[in-house]
Design a binder for this molecule. Structure first.
Ligand code: GLN
Length: 260
């Protein structure tokens, strides 16, 4: 399929684009789209909304943003059945999926919300989430497990504490902020080709390393090779990253992390 790359677009399914779109999560879709187009790779975004049928057989990646407990509960019925079955099968088959915060929580077994109600989710990856009394709000910085010298920056605002099962790899280690639960220093998940993170922001435009880590898996799955993942001029993205990093770590308790 790589030979046909100019004519066969990478298709990214954007699940619940309006209902799960907190703190600029839509910007992640724009970023993925642009980073493909800048490399001469055509890309098509396929929105799938509440009540619409999900068909992933000709889709190359799924993106789902974050939401509040309110939306997560409303979506529960719609997610079960067709959508859950399609997502489970596609993920088992290696489809890349990126999920942010509330969308990330929906990949686990369940979310016990602030009222103590248990919302049963997809159980695609072995983890669960329990609401805590204290919300975890602020800038989040974590080192990427795929390349620990890379720090990823974002903004987190969640009540849910996520606990990973044995054998589930996190996306990175918390340097500043809370991450999955504020206790074990893990942040997000990186399992099969599933990426989950608590970072809003949107996270991808100012973290091109994370955007390209996801796109690498997308290109390998779509075209059988990541040869098309050429180097881009990311000077603007790096400036935004460094500014966010500096303003985050300036307030860190550990002065060795102060950058400015
Ligand atoms: N409802 C979730 C929580 O507060 C997710 C919030 C979000 O997506 N920002 O834990």
């Amino acid at each position: 399929r790589f030979a046909m790359s100019k004519t066969s677009p990478v298709k990214i399914c954007h699940l619940y684009p309006e209902m799960l779109n907190l703190y600029g999560d839509m910007g992640n879709i724009i970023c993925l789209h642009k980073r493909l187009l800048w490399r001469g790779i055509p890309c098509e975004i396929v929105p799938v909304r509440f009540g619409e049928k999900l068909k992933l057989s000709d889709i190359d990646m799924v993106f789902v943003g974050g939401g509040q407990d309110f939306e997560q509960e409303i979506l529960l019925g719609d997610l079960k059945g067709n959508k859950a079955n399609e997502i489970k099968a596609a993920v088992a088959d290696g489809m890349p999926l990126l999920a942010i915060c509330g969308g990330y929580q929906m990949l686990g077994h369940y979310y016990k919300d602030a009222q103590g109600k248990t919302l049963d989710y997809l159980g695609i990856v072995d983890f669960y989430t329990v609401a805590s009394k204290k919300r975890m709000v602020g800038n989040l910085a974590f080192s990427l497990n795929d390349d620990p010298s890379t720090l990823i920056l974002g903004f987190e605002n969640h009540g849910g504490k996520t606990y990973l099962g044995d054998g589930v790899s996190c996306l990175g280690r918390v340097v500043h902020g809370y991450g999955n639960n504020g206790e074990d220093k893990t942040e997000g998940i990186r399992c099969k080709n599933v990426f989950g993170t608590y970072c809003h922001g949107p996270v991808l435009p100012k973290n091109p390393a994370l955007a390209d880590l996801v796109l690498k898996e997308v290109l390998i799955r779509t075209y059988g090779s990541d040869d098309a993942l050429t180097k881009l001029d990311d000077s603007t993205e790096h400036a935004a990253h460094d500014e966010a990093l500096n303003s985050t770590l300036r307030h860190h308790d550990d002065p060795s992390l102060h950058r400015l």
